[in-house]
Structures are given as C-alpha cells and as structure tokens.
Design a protein. Sequence first.
Length: 259
Amino acid sequence: MTHSHITLAPDLTGRHVMVTGAASGIGAACVAAFASAGARVTAVDLDQGGLDRLADELSGLTVTPCPADLADLDGLADLPGEVDVLVNNAGIQHVSPVHEFPVEKFDLIQRLMLQSPFRLIRANLPHMYEQRWGRIVNISSVHGLRASAFKSAYVSAKHGLEGLSKVVALEGAEHGVTSNCLNPAYVRTPLVEKQIADQARTHDIPEEEVLEQIMLAPVALKRLVEVDEVAALALFLCSTAATSITGSSLPLDGGWTAH
C-alpha cells in the first residue's frame, strides 16, 4: 500500500489564513511561510507600520494588513471571516511578582491572549465545520506547560490556551478540524529582547547575564529558538502528514520539559 498523498509541504492555494500578532517575530515568520505556500493571508496586529513594512517585504505574495486591537473584544467582530487556518499568536509579557502585579495588566493579558483567541476560534469554526476542513494553530509557549516566577498573567493565559485548544480538538475532530499548541522556549523576537531588560531589573543583574542565567538555564540546547522554526512547524500542521495530530502540545523547547 502506498501513501503518496502524504506530504510534508502543504499547498494552501485558495486557503484563507489569519495570523495575529503578525507585524514582527513569530507572527511575521508565519505570514511569510503561509503566504509562500500559496495562502491568502490576513495579517492582524496593533502595529500598522509593522504590518505595512511586512506587506512590502512580501510583495508578490497575497498578504492583507489588518490593523486591529485584539484586546478590544467587541471589535473582533469587524475582522474578516471565513478563515481556513487561524494562527493565534498575539501576545505581550509583563514581569512582576504576584503581590505587585498590576491588576489592569493581568486583565489585559487575559483578554489579548485567551479571550481573544476564544472569540476568533468561535467565530470561524462554523465556516471550517461547513467545509469539513480547518486548522487552529495556537502559539502557546513552554510556559503553557511549565511555570516561571514573576509571570502570573502570561503563564495563566497560556495554560488557559492549552485547555481551550484541547476542547476545540475534541469538538472539531468529527468536522475535519484540528487544533494544536506550539510550545517554544525563548524565541529570538522583540518580545524576548524587551524581556531581557525587564528580567535584568527584576533580578538585579546585568542584561548580558540574563540570557545565560535566566533564559537558557532550563534548556539543554543553549540557544534561542528562531522564528522560522516555529513558523515551519505551524505550516507542517496544515500538511496531510499532520492529519492525525490534534489536541497536542508540540514543544520546541530545547529540552526544557525533559526535566
């Protein structure tokens, strides 16, 4: 028996992909990967300038910048619909002890990183169910599987996203929809670069020591994850080789969770 229909590289011609947090980092890499695979990509981000620059860099591919504040939950209804592949990536970080954590910052992170993905999934599942194919790719984190001190809001949101993703996987299975989380350790992104300064201040150590002492301490592979690694795995989840992968959390964590 041959399985010639099993491929690692999906052809997404005719598919509509939405990527949130698309202006930089993992999101921008996902936009490039999906657009290069033939998809029509809606790139959503608060940073209009970043979206415009990305669209210019990817001229010749079908990328539509869509500036939006994803933490404005009521405004999500104005985003384009009929999405075939939804990549929930948008996120922010705040580093502070629980007893000092700003309540409004905690609430913002839950809205942006848990409630917004829920609403986007909810809005697009009927279209996916109707065509009996859809892919939900949630960019979680190693912090969806492990905790770190001083990151209560981020860890809570990512743990919630993990649970949401699994429920969607169970409900969507009979409709041809898969839902998975990607769980990278620290990725070379603007978010992480900003965190280095925050961590240095919180731990009272020089910035150059943060990478070695804090960020790479729990991992076996002493390097940051590159954005293209995450984007490649997100794209793989849309291939026929990944048809049986759903409800999973796929670590790109350099061995962090091997402990």
